[in-house]
Design a binder for this molecule. Structure first.
Ligand code: KIV
Length: 260
């Protein structure tokens, strides 16, 4: 059965942990979908992991439509959520509606994610949700604000933690179906998770969230400097190197293709 925002809500009630990984094309989407990952996030981290940019900021809406469509073609069961890239939603609720609408119509993704929880953005979330577009929120460390926040853990002071807590409550009230909590203290993530009826999905936010998300390039050993909270589950570059070297050796040595 395909995963929907409604499924995620029921899993929160049942305390069934949610899993999410990022995907950027059809090939990876198929493998991750068949592995049973619940949510495929077309995260704008693909700007760095797949496209070689320094930050997520250069990514365009056109590029996200291209990647979102490829991921959608590879996913059968997982819910596909696509990031709204930097400056495709911050100007106005109308701009956000137009951008999110294009992701749903042209890429076929089922939901969008946006970063932040300041009051004007909460109004934008309300507008998207009342239009029928499922929205995932994202608070704590928000990489589109890297030039303001860096990549440091957020919510370390009492005031900072309270600010993130209030943003989480406001986003839930505005109708997000799930909320990513990135790089915040575990106690704060626990407090937010207990306060919300919608699921929280942590990344570097400790064990008390309703689910966990990781960037697939980090998980598979592709990131030269993965964040401290991102374990490497497999050294995939080593496997690829081995296979590619074997191919080169066999072609150069005349053993592939086999002589007929
Ligand atoms: O872009 C991304 O990969 C993300 C995750 C870090 C949640 O937003």
């Amino acid at each position: 059965m395909p995963v929907t925002p409604h499924t995620l809500l029921s899993w929160k009630r049942q305390r069934r942990p949610l899993t999410a990984l990022t995907a950027w094309d059809c090939l990876w989407a198929k493998v991750l979908d068949q592995a049973g990952v619940d949510i495929l996030l077309v995260g704008d981290s693909l700007a760095m992991t797949a496209l070689g940019h320094e930050t997520t900021l250069p990514l365009t809406l056109e590029a996200m439509i291209h990647h979102g469509a490829a991921v959608t073609r590879g996913a059968e069961r997982a819910l596909v959520v696509c990031d709204l890239p930097f400056l495709s939603y911050q100007l106005s609720a109308e701009q956000a509606l137009e951008s999110a609408g294009r992701l749903l119509k042209e890429a076929g993704v089922q939901a969008v994610k946006l970063e932040g929880g300041y009051p004007r953005l909460v109004g934008t979330v309300e507008r998207l949700v009342e239009t029928g577009i499922p929205v995932m929120g994202h608070v704590g460390l928000t990489p589109q604000s890297v030039h303001q926040l860096g990549y440091r853990q957020q919510g370390q002071t009492a005031a900072g933690a309270e600010g993130i807590y209030q943003q989480a409550l406001a986003l839930a009230e505005a109708g997000v179906f799930a909320l990513v909590l990135e790089h915040i203290p575990p106690e704060l993530a626990q407090k937010i998770t207990q306060a919300l009826s919608v699921p929280t999905i942590g990344i570097g936010a400790g064990p008390h969230c309703d689910g966990q998300v990781l960037v697939t390039a980090d998980l598979l050993g592709f990131s030269p400097k993965p964040p401290p909270f991102a374990p490497v589950y497999a050294d995939v570059p080593a496997l690829i190197t081995q296979a590619a070297q074997k191919f080169c050796q066999e072609v150069r040595g005349g053993t592939f293709p086999a002589p007929s």
